[in-house]
Design a protein around this ligand. Structure first.
Ligand SMILES: Cc1cc2nc3c(=O)[nH]c(=O)nc-3n(C[C@H](O)[C@H](O)[C@H](O)COP(=O)(O)O)c2cc1C
Length: 414
């Protein structure tokens, strides 16, 4: 096997900003904010840990642009009333490590909003979901909310935003072929991309600072009929034509990074986060990120997903060289083989927020690797506070309480 030249510990430019290494922390919802959606002390501590943990770039968990429609009862929120709290929060996170790049993942939950405590709305109801059908005027308001949120993020000291176009949330609902309603925002490719494209253009115009990064996390294939990355409103068959067009369109409008993902967890959860039963689905992610890498400009950073399953090398994946099958050597192999420029850590970042620092300091043997128990996911699905139930005693207590009160979740991956 050829020697790797690039290291995960190498710096990398993301637009005009320099990331200290090629580790990227995924957005991971924790559902533990105060009743106004301001960061709680526990949330703040999580991001301070991540900043001290040394990752080059950190994404804040999905932060909703409106309380009216949201997926989590205690979801982090970005509305004018949250400005002061978010500013204080960012001051503390940046003080912990001024060189960590921190971006906010802006979201609206659309048809994944929980009707138990918010309003479910939809561009075109999917079987099993539904919700109030959105008008063109409603979408214009939602776009205004996103632009306001981007300005709040900028004023709060965030280094950029991630426009969430993945995992079945509102952005995905707008761009997927299933949105084939005859309206300004549906049917043709031009209409379906009006939401992300106009939004990117407006955000660039209203936050003209080039240091403020804009990027997006995309589900390359949602994996159900009419989902994004399929070849028609009633076809489940994968076709990357639209995902490729989308990322190039975002790049033209100023995106300096793209986070590759897949699936829509409400429907195809094992595609979004490969579990211990299907760890080899991770290789699909590396195929998608490589396809993304091929078509974007070299300076646009492609971030690959689903590295948690590789663990320390103790995984059920067949390997030609078992000692190179762990997250670190395999991640390094990926950045050397045009699969991606950075590797993203999701569940692994809950298990050990300090992984990047440990690698930078040559203390790999001290890393707590994710066990893929997926109890973090169980907590999220049950609307409980999220954390690593193996390494965080508070999260463990929360799991015990949740199972006592709500029963154990019957999921193949938990
Ligand atoms: C508890 C939990 C919370 C998550 N929250 C988000 C989120 O806020 N935004 C998002 O784009 N993805 C979210 N995801 C998906 C992860 O960011 C990531 O794409 C997925 O877990 C695969 O990466 P991994 O294998 O490193 O865990 C979440 C996943 C889990 C398990």
């Amino acid at each position: 096997m050829a020697e790797n030249k690039k290291k995960l510990t190498d710096e990398i430019m993301i637009g005009p900003r320099k990331a200290q290494n090629r580790f990227f922390i995924q957005a991971m919802e924790t559902n533990m904010e105060d009743p106004s959606g301001n960061p709680s002390e526990r949330t703040t501590q999580r991001y301070i840990d991540l900043a001290e943990g040394g990752a080059g770039m950190i994404t804040l968990e999905a932060i909703t642009v409106t309380r009216e429609c949201r997926a989590r009862d205690n979801q982090l929120t970005i509305m004018p009333q949250n400005q002061a709290a978010l500013t204080k929060f960012m001051d503390r996170v940046h003080n912990a490590n001024p060189s960590a790049i921190v971006v906010f993942q802006l979201t609206h939950s659309g048809e994944l909003s929980s009707p138990e405590f918010s309003r479910r709305v939809t561009p075109n109801p999917l079987p099993g979901y539904g919700g109030d059908l959105l008008s063109e005027e409603d979408v214009e308001h939602i776009m205004d909310d996103f632009v306001t949120a981007a300005k709040i993020a900028y004023n709060a000291g965030a280094d950029g935003i991630d426009l969430k176009l993945c995992h079945g949330y509102f952005g995905s609902q707008m761009i997927r072929p299933y949105n084939n309603r005859d309206w300004k925002f549906g049917g043709s490719w031009e209409n379906r991309t009006r939401f992300p494209y106009e939004l990117m253009e407006r955000i660039r115009k209203e936050v003209p600072d080039k240091n403020f990064l804009i990027g997006s996390k995309i589900s390359a294939w949602e994996g159900f009929p009419g989902g994004f990355g399929t070849d028609g409103p009633d076809s489940p068959v994968m076709d990357l034509t639209e995902p490729i067009k989308l990322i190039k369109g975002l790049e033209e409008r100023g995106a300096s990074y793209i986070v590759q993902s897949a699936g829509s967890p409400g429907i195809t959860i094992s595609l979004t986060q490969c579990d211990k039963h299907v760890p080899y689905f991770a290789y699909l992610h590396q195929y998608w990120s490589k396809e993304f890498r091929k078509v974007l400009k070299p300076e646009t950073v492609v971030i690959g997903s689903n590295f948690s399953v590789f663990r320390s090398g103790k995984n059920d994946l067949c390997a030609v060289e078992p000692e190179k099958s762990g997250l670190l050597p395999y991640g390094e192999w990926c950045v050397n083989h045009d699969v991606c420029d950075m590797i993203a850590l999701g569940r692994q970042s809950l298990a050990d927020p300090f992984l990047p620092k440990k690698v930078m300091e040559g203390r790999e043997n001290e890393i707590n690797f994710c066990l893929l128990c997926d109890a973090c996911l169980e907590l999220l699905i049950q609307q409980s506070k999220v954390g690593c139930c193996v390494h965080d005693p508070l999260a463990r207590e929360e799991l015990v309480r949740t199972r006592k009160e709500k029963g154990r979740l019957k999921q193949s991956h938990t």
